[in-house]
Design a protein around this ligand. Structure first.
Ligand code: TRP
Length: 455
């Protein structure tokens, strides 16, 4: 198939628009909320190092693979996989990979939206001066009381889901492109302000040491799996989000270059968030391993004490909400695109149904922080379970098969055409990584965690 196909859903207006959208998808709660708390739970430096290795050796090659497969297929991940498999003369059951992605996105969004709701409510808490001059105890109580209230969590979760679906309804170029153009740079600037504050605490060096001094005795097979899972999560890989964004990418935009930019920006934001947060943690004698509440229990202390904290705090949480929004839309876009393609429904209807289903499942996460906090399956609450299942299992499995498909199944000629680099050392390196290194790494991490290897 050599004719240039276009997606029926539209196209990004430029290379820059794609970079913004993909960076918008990658940079989100994963960087600012999740990365610091899992780094805290897994002992710091060594975990960060494993995460960075995973980004370089697994993440970037798979990001390139997903983007080029999307642009080649030009449809929702399910239909893209089907048509790519057909082109390669391979079995059409490859389209199940698209299905796993749609389901994974739906599961992730269900809890992502609840946490984004927390950030939304913190915009108003900050604005109303709830943090002003307050110390550790008050801020912790504020957070505990908040998550203990199902009604409040449902309210904000509903609001965030509505905002997400509202953007998705407008389609590819409509609201989103415009919003991220301004929001992503502002978020970056505000993070620098926070890093500035962190530098002014006496625990700055301690925070840096925690993040960058690897102590390998602190990690085990499970931390390695968490680090790898997070590399997928933070780069939005393994479920078709980047594939569907790739399907809206104009021809002749360099996929390798854009992938480096997106992964670089994403990593920078995560590291900056860590550098901003850990000094505050140590300066206030907080536990780095206190879990999902970490940023909600630390940053408000800083905002409460710094000059202009009311404004900075409010702005920070606003930007966090927008970072979450530009991620959440990519979690549901594969499902919406598929509904429109295969069920002949309008974008509007597709959004309504997909949004309602996600909202409903999100209630499970809401209750896992209060009414059902004692209900555990495999020793995990509903939220923990969803997070573990998606980030540590489904995304790496999805990514593994993306790598295998791009490296072994797809016609070499096709990937060369998409990357526009036939006889290039870069192409050779990418192909080597995607054929051998990335799949083997995912596989070894899994083996290690079930105890077959002992690292
Ligand atoms: N990467 C986003 C974050 O770090 C979350 C996200 C958006 C995502 N789309 C995804 C995660 C697709 C996995 C797959 O917050």
């Amino acid at each position: 198939m050599t004719e240039i196909k276009k997606s029926i859903h539209g196209e990004w207006s430029s290379r820059f628009a794609f970079i913004l959208a993909a960076t918008g998808s990658a940079v989100g709660l994963g960087n600012i909320w999740k990365f610091p708390y899992i780094t805290g739970e897994n002992g710091g430096g060594a975990f960060v190092l494993v995460y960075l290795l995973c980004v370089a050796l697994i993440g970037i090659p798979i990001m390139i693979a997903e983007t080029l497969m999307g642009r080649r297929g030009r449809q929702s991940p399910i239909n893209t996989m089907q048509s790519l498999a057909r082109d390669a003369g391979a079995d059409e059951s490859w389209h199940y990979l698209g299905w796993i992605g749609v389901i994974t996105g739906f599961l992730i969004l269900s809890y992502y939206s609840v946490i984004a709701g927390w950030a939304m409510s913190y915009v108003f808490k900050s604005l109303s001066g709830s943090f002003s001059g307050e110390g550790v105890d008050h801020i912790a109580k504020l957070f505990d009381a908040f998550i203990a209230s199902p009604m409040q969590l449902i309210f904000w979760h509903s609001l965030f889901m509505m905002a997400t679906m509202d953007v998705v309804v407008r389609g590819v170029q409509g609201g989103l492109e415009k919003a991220v153009r301004f929001l992503m740079p502002s978020l970056f600037a505000l993070l620098l302000v926070m890093v500035g504050y962190a530098m002014s605490t006496d625990a700055y060096q301690q925070g840096l040491d925690f993040m960058f001094n690897p102590d390998f005795s602190k990690i085990d097979g499970h931390s390695i799996l968490t680090a790898m899972g997070h590399a997928f999560f933070t780069l939005s890989l393994g479920m078709g989000a980047i594939m569907v964004y790739g399907s809206y990418l104009p021809k002749h935009v360099s996929i390798a270059k854009t992938s480096f930019i997106v992964a670089g920006a994403d990593t920078a934001v995560a590291l900056l968030a860590g550098i901003a947060i850990f000094p505050i943690v140590f300066a206030n004698n907080l536990e780095p391993s206190s879990g999902p509440g970490l940023i909600f229990q630390t940053l408000p202390i800083a905002f409460g004490q710094m000059t202009g904290g009311l404004i900075f705090g409010t702005l920070f949480f606003i930007l966090l909400v927008f970072a979450a929004l530009s991620s959440s839309i990519s979690l549901i876009e594969p499902a919406v695109a598929w509904l429109v393609e295969n069920h002949n429904v309008s974008r509007n209807k597709a959004c309504t149904w997909a949004g309602l289903a996600t909202w409903l499942l999100g209630l499970g996460t809401v209750f896992s922080f209060n009414l059902w906090s004692d209900f555990k399956l495999f020793d995990r609450t509903v939220f923990d379970l969803l997070d573990y299942l998606t980030a540590n299992l489904l995304l790496p499995i999805g990514g593994f098969f993306v790598a295998v498909f791009a490296g072994w199944i797809m016609l070499r000629r096709h990937s060369e055409e998409e990357l526009e680099m036939q006889y290039d050392a870069g192409y050779w390196l990418w192909r080597f990584l995607v054929r051998y290194v990335s799949p083997a790494a995912v596989f070894l991490v899994f083996l290690n965690v079930v105890g077959v290897l002992s690292v």
